[in-house]
Design a protein around this ligand. Structure first.
Ligand SMILES: *[C@@H]1O[C@H](CO)[C@@H](O)[C@H](O)[C@H]1NC(C)=O
Length: 159
């Protein structure tokens, strides 16, 4: 179970979505473990990068950060999750390892997320600036999940 929950934590961070998870098969105690984990990484990255409340609340509302610190906050979280590697480049191997584990853990969620991830990995390219790369990935995932539409009822993830 520990292994599976780490996978879910990574997945949440990969999507950078939600704290109250919309995943059907996640038991409440794992959901709360994920919540604590994501908050912990977020707090570390706020401190490391110096992101503002405004930067963070935008992301929580599924809007993309516009400030440098907001963008670098996303990169910080993604790097801690190995979604970007230590050089700030997209780590496809790690994405697919997470997705493969999700497949056995929660197949319905996997079926929803896999095509989004495939499209984002196919379209988002590495920038020389890891903060741009991370924000472009986040934007793609928001877009693919229809979470970037204001009051979007189609957004599959919620806070
Ligand atoms: C990160 O990924 C890039 C592109 O795949 C690769 O060239 C680089 O060596 C990787 N860096 C590390 C630290 O793994």
């Amino acid at each position: 179970m520990r292994h599976a929950s780490v996978t879910m934590q990574q997945l949440i961070s990969l999507m950078f979505i939600s704290l109250a998870v919309a995943f059907a098969s996640v038991p409440p105690e794992i959901a709360s473990e994920i919540r604590e984990y994501v908050i912990g990484v977020g707090v570390e990255c706020i401190a490391e990068v110096g992101a503002s409340n405004d930067d963070i609340s935008k992301i929580i509302k599924h809007q993309l950060p516009e400030t440098e610190k907001g963008k670098c906050f996303v990169a910080c979280v993604y790097k801690k999750m190995n979604i970007l590697n230590r050089s700030g480049k997209i780590d496809k191997t790690s994405w697919y390892a997470i997705l493969d584990e999700l497949k056995s853990f929660d197949y319905d969620t996997y079926k929803t997320i896999r095509p989004m991830a495939d499209r984002c990995l196919a379209t988002v390219t590495n920038s020389h600036d890891e903060c741009e790369t991370a924000t472009n990935l986040l934007g793609c995932m928001f877009h693919e999940s229809k979470c970037d539409i204001p009051n979007g009822e189609k957004c599959i993830f919620d806070f």
